[in-house]
Design a protein around this ligand. Structure first.
Ligand code: CA
Length: 224
């Protein structure tokens, strides 16, 4: 029995064939789209468990595809980026992707990342815990935050995990590398600046959230 469908949106057939081999070996079914338009169409019809999304696509690019998917779904999105520049990776995460791998990648690594994002999204869906910080209600079951003004905000998956981690440790100063390890995982190869980018997004989306910058160290959610 299939472990579910993975949607791969990638215009290079050679890469797609290689990824297919490894993904199917792990028991998933794979559907392949060669453009963003085709990808969004397949996404709507097949309801995949996860999306592997190339950043550089003909027609609408990966960023637009990720935004369109994120507007309607919390499905795990793993970006495949060809360029190594930081901008690409940050854009990938800011549009709501859960993770990324840089080409050339080993298909084994892609499969490991798929397993990891699926595991995280399953952990999220069984959890029903709620934390409260300065009038903000952080609901892990619904993956949303209710502001003191009663607005409902849905941060990206990674932003939510970051906020949850900080809120769980209210009053403690957490270093950027501690945060990276806890929220992005031990095998994450990114830079600590990624944490800053996500904190900035949270502050923008949640006006008044008491995330304090501890200069030269990291962050702390102030206790009341
Ligand atoms: Ca491409």
């Amino acid at each position: 029995m299939s472990r579910g469908t993975i949607l791969l949106i990638e215009d290079h057939d050679e890469i797609a064939d290689l990824v297919r081999l490894y993904v199917e070996r792990e028991g998933f079914s794979l559907v392949h789209a060669r453009s963003g338009e085709e990808g969004l169409d397949l996404f709507a019809r097949r309801v995949p468990r996860a999306v592997l999304l190339d950043l550089g696509l003909p027609g609408i690019d990966g960023v637009e595809v990720a935004r369109s998917i994120r507007a309607v779904s919390d499905v795990p999105i793993l970006m495949l980026t060809a360029r190594e520049t930081e901008t690409d990776t940050i854009i990938g995460l800011e549009v709501g992707a859960d993770d990324y791998v840089t080409k050339p990648f080993s298909p084994r690594e892609v499969v490991a990342r798929i397993e990891a994002v699926l595991r995280r999204s399953e952990e999220r869906s069984v959890s029903r815990d709620v934390l409260s910080v300065s009038g903000f209600t952080i609901d892990a079951g619904r993956r949303e935050v209710v502001t003191p003004a009663n607005d409902v905000v849905r941060p990206t998956a990674r932003e939510f995990e970051l906020l949850w981690y900080l809120a769980e440790h209210t009053g403690l100063v957490l270093s950027r590398s501690q945060i990276l390890e806890a929220v992005w995982g031990f095998d994450y190869l990114g830079e600590t600046r990624t944490v800053d980018v996500h904190v900035r997004q949270l502050r923008k989306k949640l006006d008044g959230i008491p995330i304090e910058t501890i200069w030269g160290v990291g962050y702390r959610v102030e206790s009341e």
